[in-house]
Design a protein around this ligand. Structure first.
Ligand code: PRE
Length: 367
């Protein structure tokens, strides 16, 4: 009896705290709406990544490690994105159908309250953004095991969009089906990348079961929901969305499997102090040392090259474009100076965007 009394007393305290939190959340939302109106008057962008970063940093510092840090980030991420969305409704296109890893990455970045629009291909996500039918798009760009996602890189050559952000999602692959029994699975369906990332596991555990490549993990999950003999390799979100059962969790061949996604839009955000700049360069291939010249421009200015990737130009045999990621924002004087020189020495130069680095806004959770 005494014990029960104590629990209900503490629960009363929790109820009072929750009410306080709720009242403060409502007050915070009103403040954000007021700032939204003030920003309208001066045509200032609603999204202010620098301010958001300051909020996370201050809270993490004040917290002194008491409240679990990842959880604190996730909670405030949801609060801030909801406040931001109250200033302006955001619609985000992603590679669908529902519950793909790209959808999950979108929710991780923009929160639950944004509206999401499933597209059938990466190309269509770019097209929606370019035509301004949505505010943002989210597309996978590279996986830590399988490497670059070529259709995303190729779409940058075709569409006029800007990179606005990046998000990293640790990928865990689940084998799922309707019953949850491995014996019921006669075909394993998934996107090419998850099939490749689970190749060894499938060979060892389902050696006689054929695989079927489909255009997304969400589509595979949808097929598994409609056919009891199809197993899918899909995300945790797909299990909930399509009411499937887990057969085996975490069947990827390598640990530390992470996919990096890019947020694309029509305008890159302002400098936040920990940024990345992406460039698309065409070199004068007949000139010896052309690539070396580009790298020297960066090296002599101490500009950190974080990634370089080449792609063939369609229809032009043996001609390539280079995708470069460098540390810094186009508004940093040294980056501006380096880019101005690259513009002069390259046959083709395009600034794809400057945006906050994923490691500074690791939003935790959801993975
Ligand atoms: O401080 C601002 O500029 C706001 O609009 C408020 C707020 C927030 O909710 O804290 C919301 C959106 C911005 O990206 C930054 C912060």
């Amino acid at each position: 009896m005494g014990d029960k009394q104590t629990i209900s007393e503490v629960r009363n305290r929790i109820d009072a705290i929750d009410n306080n939190i709720l009242e403060l959340l409502k007050e915070r939302l009103e403040c954000a709406k007021a700032i939204g109106r003030l920003k309208d008057e001066t045509s200032r962008a609603k999204w202010d990544p620098l301010r958001e970063r300051e909020i996370y940093e201050r809270l993490l510092c004040d917290n002194k490690g008491v409240f679990p840090e990842q959880a604190l980030r996730s909670i405030f991420h949801e609060i801030i994105t909801t406040c931001r969305l109250s200033q302006k409704k955001i619609e985000v296109a992603y590679l669908g159908p529902e519950a793909t890893f790209t959808h999950l990455a979108g929710v991780k970045y923009f929160g639950q309250s944004a509206s999401y629009k499933a597209m059938e291909s990466i190309d269509e996500v770019f097209n929606e953004v370019e035509k301004k039918r949505v505010n943002y798009g989210i597309v996978p760009v590279e996986n830590s095991i399988e490497g670059a996602v070529f259709s995303t890189l190729d779409s940058f050559m075709k569409y006029n969009v800007k990179i606005c952000g990046e998000v990293q999602l640790p990928i865990t692959h689940n084998l799922v089906c309707r019953s949850g029994n491995i014996e019921d699975i006669q075909t394993v369906a998934s996107h090419a990348q998850p099939l490749a990332q689970c190749r060894e596991w499938l060979k060892k555990n389902l050696p006689d079961v054929p695989t079927l490549q489909v255009f997304s993990t969400g589509a595979a999950a949808q097929m598994a929901a409609n056919n009891p003999n199809i197993g899918a390799i899909a995300s945790s979100l797909a299990i909930k969305t399509y009411e499937l059962q887990v057969v085996v969790k975490g069947i990827e061949d390598y640990q530390g499997n992470t996919t990096r996604f890019l947020v694309i839009g029509n305008q890159s955000p302002d400098r936040c102090g920990s940024d990345k700049t992406s460039l698309l360069l065409g070199l004068l291939v007949n000139r010896p040392g052309a690539l070396n010249e580009v790298l020297t421009v960066l090296a002599t200015r101490n500009i950190d090259l974080t990634k370089i990737e080449s792609r063939p130009i369609k229809g032009k045999q043996w001609k390539y474009l280079f995708f470069l990621d460098i540390a810094g924002h186009i508004d940093d004087p040294i980056i501006r100076e380096g880019c101005d020189i690259l513009k002069q020495i390259c046959a083709y130069y395009e600034w794809l965007g400057s945006y906050p680095r994923a490691d500074t806004i690791d939003l935790g959770g959801n993975g």
